[in-house]
Ligand binder design. Structure first.
Ligand code: BG6
Length: 475
């Protein structure tokens, strides 16, 4: 959303809304999606009248599901205030037995029950917080049980695992929903600081005028994580870092940086500008990609002993537009690394003189995407003292200081679903282009997966991708 609503603002919609959360007892729901619903509820930003139905294979009672949400909020958000919680829990139901085209489990009965309570013809929001391998089956079931008409459908990522599987899934989804009904979520686009990439650029001449190859030497999008894969082995081992993070979050953030100015800041213009530059991403050259796996990965419960899954990826991406010719976009992410961060760094070329900086100083504009976000400027200033010596200095603007009431990316994006704003969601055309650029990593030419030490910066070969600059964060 362009601006965060405050608690004084109205609910997302007057329209009664029934949310069906597929994968309601899964890891993603518990860590991110349910805390986001709770945050919206706490701020009075859910639709005026709503019900949330969790769906899963297990035989879970409504009360048990409510209890699980309470536990998840206590663990991943804040322990709910008891009075407030009661109001939330009263709107939450569970439908077990899975949901398939030939066997809907108890979902249709629970929907009928919820609709009777809502007392009108509610808008259904299908939220597919399930592994990508089950998108197809659930989409078919939605069609078979006639639940698509007038609804909205939120798909988690990755939406497809290759160009071919993307097209297959996309065709199926379009045979059930109109594109306007579909919200493909990429939560990096919902982060406060990610949205600042276009806002800061287009509203400050200092940055807008230097946002191009004439002034920038390279762009680094760096998302190292100290996390291992925790209890996500099933999802992770069939996905890997390149699909989980590169073709999804890192490509979308690269597109945010690389987009041409949109005609206006209207939702559809912004989305079109971001998504159309992806068509200019040059297909990755496997020789410019490093894949890695942390040493203890195969000891994780649920991971095959001979797994070849990548838990690290670093890539040099080229964008074939006039603005970006010759400027490498360096993308890096990995699990079990030495530090966690989410940084987009625009690294400026050195000036032509007369001051030549100390050699190890880098002039950079850095967007820190974590949490409430921050913007840093790294530059050379005069070292205080009698000599006219240059020194490196860094100044940070914490966005929480200017954005009272900021929300998590998930909260912000789910609000947009209710409000019908698709500007921060990925489009079909944009994802097709992303998978085209990503395709060389999936074939026979896929780079060999190199082992790296736990809590390190990943395989040393990744450093060579940056030429002489090095990764700003380290490694
Ligand atoms: C998810 C990935 O989409 O993003 C995870 O599946 C990753 O592997 C996570 O850890 C990082 O996002 P954030 O911003 O929530 O830390």
């Amino acid at each position: 959303m362009a601006e965060n609503p405050t608690s004084e603002q109205a609910a997302a919609t007057e329209q009664p809304t029934l949310i069906i959360l597929y994968g309601g007892t899964g890891d993603l729901a518990k860590r991110l999606v349910l805390p986001a619903f709770w945050e919206l509820y706490s701020r009075g930003l859910l639709p005026k009248r709503w019900k949330l139905v969790g769906n899963g294979r297990g035989d879970v009672s409504h009360e048990d599901f409510q209890g699980r949400i309470h536990a998840a909020l206590s663990e991943f958000a804040t322990t709910p205030d008891p009075e407030h919680w009661k109001g939330f829990a009263a709107n939450v139901l569970f439908a077990g037995g899975g949901f398939r085209h030939d066997n809907p489990g108890t979902l249709l009965d629970v929907i009928a029950h919820a609709e009777a309570d809502l007392g009108a013809d509610p808008t259904i929001v299908h939220y597919l917080a399930i592994p990508p391998s089950t998108f197809e089956q659930t989409t078919r079931a939605i069609k078979a049980h006639d639940l698509a008409k007038g609804s909205k459908a939120v798909y988690e990522k990755p939406f497809g695992t290759s160009l071919a599987s993307f097209h297959e899934l996309d065709d199926l989804v379009h045979s059930v929903f109109e594109e306007e009904q579909v919200y493909r979520i990429d939560h990096f686009l919902g982060k406060e600081a990610t949205q600042n990439l276009h806002l800061v650029r287009f509203s400050n001449r200092l940055f807008n005028d230097t946002w191009s190859r004439e002034h920038l030497a390279q762009v680094q999008i760096d998302v190292p994580e100290t996390l291992d894969i925790a209890d996500r082995a099933g999802f992770y081992d069939e996905t890997g870092a390149a699909l989980d993070m590169l073709v999804t979050h890192l490509f979308q953030v690269a597109a945010e940086v690389a987009m041409e100015p949109p005609i206006s800041m209207a939702a559809e213009d912004l989305q079109a500008a971001r998504e159309s530059v992806i068509a200019a991403f040059r297909p990755l050259d496997p020789a410019e990609v490093v894949l890695g796996q942390y040493r203890s990965y195969r000891e994780t419960e649920g991971v095959p002993e001979d797994s070849d899954t990548d838990t690290f990826v670093a890539a040099r991406l080229w964008i074939d537009t006039d603005r970006w010719q010759g400027v490498p976009f360096l993308l890096r992410t990995g699990k079990m690394m030495t530090r966690s961060a989410q940084r987009v760094s625009l690294i400026f070329r050195p000036t032509d003189g007369p001051v030549h900086s100390s050699g190890n100083s880098t002039n950079a504009l850095i967007f820190d995407l974590k949490g409430n976000g921050a913007i840093e400027i790294q530059m050379t200033v005069k070292k205080p003292g009698p000599e006219p010596l240059p020194a490196e200095s860094c100044s940070t603007l914490h966005l929480e200081n200017v954005s009272e009431g900021s929300m998590t990316a998930y909260t912000s994006l789910i609000y947009d679903v209710f409000a019908g704003d698709r500007s921060l969601f990925t489009s079909s055309a944009g994802l097709a282009a992303a998978f085209e650029a990503f395709a060389p990593l999936l074939g026979d030419e896929r780079p060999k997966v190199e082992l790296y030490d736990d809590s390190s910066w990943g395989p040393p070969a990744a450093t060579a991708l940056t030429d002489d600059v090095g990764w700003l964060l380290g490694g």
